[in-house]
Ligand binder design. Sequence first.
Ligand code: ARE
Ligand code: CA
Length: 482
Amino acid sequence: MHRRRLRPAVLTLAVIASLLASGTVTAPPAVAAPAGGKKVIANLFEWNWPSVASECASTLGPKGYGYVQVSPPQEHVRGNQWWVAYQPVSYRIESRKGTRAQFESMVDGCHAAGVKVIVDAVVNHMSGQANGGTGWAGSSYQHHAYPGIYQGQDFHYCGRNGNNDIVDYHDRYEVQNCELVNLADLRTESDYVRSRLAAYLNDLLSLGVDGFRLDASKHMPAADVAAIRARLSRPAYLVQEVIHGAGEPITPTEYTGNGDVHEFRYGKDLARVFRSERLAYLRNFGEGWGHLPSNVSSVFVDNHDTQRDDGGVLTYRDRGIYALANAFMLAWPYGSPTVMSSYTFSGRDAGPPSDGNNKTLSTTCYSGWECEHRWPVIANMVGFRNATEGAGVSNWYDNGYQHIAFSRTGRGFITINDEDFAVNGRSYHTGLPAGRYCDVIHGTFAGGTCTGPVITVDANGWFAANVPAHDAIAIHLSARLP
Ligand code: ARE
Ligand code: CA
């Protein structure tokens, strides 16, 4: 059996390139999937608002990202851990990441750059502080009391496990009516709570926001999510966080009527393929592997939780192989892809680079921040995704192990060689029009020129090239030389 080897410490070209650089009749329907030609989401995890704004203008727009996903913008508990953002104390848009005015100008700036904005919305719960306190913006609160917003009657007290906490994920009632890690669980079945949550989301829509990632969706019945959605003042993209858990009664499929759902199996399976199985198995990746239907599936190599809590997934720490896994995700027509962008961390709870008051500092790429979305391989493959949107897969090739290739019919072609050896002297059938194309894995196409190798496709749609170990070649119609 073909087992994977220890990876050599040498940098492949890819690494070097990386381093260089269901509603009601009264409500409008929510948009079921990111709309328009540009669908790739960049998740600028924990970035402050001014930095998001400048990144939209400098990078996300020009590179073809369609959306930016931002971390929760509402007032949160105090502290320096990243996860304070997931403990709301009020719905004021005032956080360590910036003020309401900064948030609004970020949304406007991103829109001006052609980038839509998705907000991570924490709606299942409030804080988890046993003794209460004062929030980031000065609001005082108790675990089950948020003056002017929620009182004791607005929360669940499931009465299980001695402390109202969720223990058994195999118990549907417990998962939706008890507390996720002690976080005060809102009675999302109540009319008042629904109207308050919708008011928060509608406030964000009034600031121009285009969509929401609904945090902890599994912990709210799908019907509650639908009821909140039905109160939105205009259509918004929705993606629900429902982690597939083996044998659990609550499944991602229950939520697909509301909008997209994160497919957590995708990143785990992709990591296993790259680490210990065969790229050849990717031939039917996605639905063929039991994942959600493509049109409602939101996929990522890693997210902010899995990069910390799931040793199995690939992360920025995997460097070149991480870039190749993202290149595959962006080339393969399954789901709506999100590119993760991280800050560098060693401890699980460590917050982003911040000042002495825990205010998040502006992003400095490659110093404290990983900026995976800027890695040339990943950023250039966003252009590949856009150029090949809607095209099927053809010309699949694999060597039975770690070397694969496929066309996005008539629009693009990629070959990934994750063998420990170079594959030399081969020709590849692309089916693309004859011409000279920029290899976007090793070069950036701009102003009609390519900063890297040029691939010549002949009149029959073939090209010849060598592919180094742990490397790739990708070409597409929008990066064709004149
Ligand atoms: C922190 C402390 C806790 C403390 C709490 C309250 O770590 O010890 O009790 O504060 O004071 C994030 C962090 C948590 C943090 C929380 C609040 O990860 O550490 O708690 O913020 O600040 C389940 C849920 C899923 C959830 C994951 C983490 O189903 O929704 O757990 N993911 C989202 C976010 C997280 C966030 C929250 C929800 C809370 O993406 O970043 O938590 O807003 C199986 C099940 C899964 C389950 C998983 C882990 O796989 O199938 O459903 O995921 O186990 O338990
Ligand atoms: Ca709940």
